[in-house]
Design a protein around this ligand. Sequence first.
Ligand SMILES: Nc1ncnc2c1ncn2[C@@H]1O[C@H](COP(=O)(O)OP(=O)(O)OP(=O)(O)O)[C@@H](O)[C@H]1O
Ligand SMILES: [Mg+2]
Length: 450
Amino acid sequence: MAIKKMTWRSLFPSCFNPKSHNLDSTSQVSKQNSASRISLSDISDTGSSFCASDLSNSKFASNLHIFTLAELKVITSNFSSSNFLGEGGFGPVHKGFVDDKCRPGLEAQPVAVKLLDHDGDQGHREWLTEVVLLGQLRHPNLVKLIGYCCEDEHRLLVYEYMARGNLENHLFRRYSSPLPWLTRMKIAIGAAKGLAFLHGEEKPVIYRDFKTSNILLDSDCNAKLSDFGLAKDGPEGDDTHVSTRIMGTHGYAAPEYVMTGHLTTMNDVYSFGVVLLELLTGKRAMDKKRPAREQNLVEWAKPYLKDHHKLDRLMDPRLEGQYSSEGTKKVAALAHQCLNHYPKSRPSMKHVIKILEPILKYTDIPAGPFIYIAPTEEKMDRTLSGCKETDEAKLKENGNEDKREAKKENGYNRRRKGYRHKHRIRSHAVYSDTALYKTLRNETKSPGNK
Ligand SMILES: Nc1ncnc2c1ncn2[C@@H]1O[C@H](COP(=O)(O)OP(=O)(O)OP(=O)(O)O)[C@@H](O)[C@H]1O
Ligand SMILES: [Mg+2]
């Protein structure tokens, strides 16, 4: 069946008046199915002259809410520093709260509001890509876009709030408690499912920026992919690849893509291999502070991946030996395959999931020291009602600390260090592999699960 090529002009016929659809349920647009999904390549047909605000009258996308800047200021307490979650290349991200007073039918929930803080065509395109793509694609392992704001030169995105922030902070921040082995595997599987969904679409999507900072975690450590600004439609028809400008993140991008600009879904598989390595080793993909031969994680780790006897030397010391040896062998072999120099020799993301899922059931994990922390009476209530509040506060603190660290090169704060140490022990006990293992076992045993 011939697919009619749609252009942005034909999709968004009228121009925009932000005031006309404030607080109006008509600002919700209905979901389109995958077959009629608007291609991202249509965006590049139009250039920066495209009136993005025409989005409001478009037929595509799911239930996106259109917010005004004034509303988002209220939601985030005027983008106050106490609500600051972090900052990336796009701009700062703040926590906020929405409910049906804000929009009829809008579920009361915390949100993350991302603000594009620079002008220019590239930032605008990334914003638009994200709205178009996440407006149309929904999956448990993709972060949910709730809405957006497009007012004058302001471009913002409103996402579901992910209570545990990004994987990068959990793996590498000095003060974060170490992620247990099974949690790492659960995260790898969730992220793999997100990629597999994108690649398995009728019109496959190449994510192009797979890395630990773009994997967000909810309160149960379920992984969701965020940041779709660099995503691209995969090759169509007889094409083997898409030719693009080389964009992405150093250390994660596949070598053939860096050399030629040729983009395929296999580039994402390579980046997935890099993240698997980071999960195993607790080391960053690229780190200038390491000795010259170790700066590039893939180059350093590849010889170890091939030799089972050397695997222990590769593993993150913060795991303290508490990981499945059998599982590690499987993950190392899989990472080696994903990092294959020849894209065609890399596995599909579907295959990756097939290899990873059984590893959650491996029981050859040495038991760690039992840590009991006697709660004070005052803390008892909070402990019984779960750890969400404490961890949320801790993660927000982490985000603010990152900002401070970025701004002050010598941002070492003795008082804070003591504070975090206390949390570290507590959090380590709460997120033991044993607890996760029990949950997983119960889940597999329950009759509804096959
Ligand atoms: N939906 C969300 N819920 C909670 N925190 C979020 C959410 N989205 C982003 N963040 C946090 O905001 C910070 C900035 O995110 P952002 O994606 O803009 O940049 P980044 O991924 O750190 O860097 P890059 O620009 O390279 O992607 C990160 O610390 C991230 O954890
Ligand atoms: Mg990001």
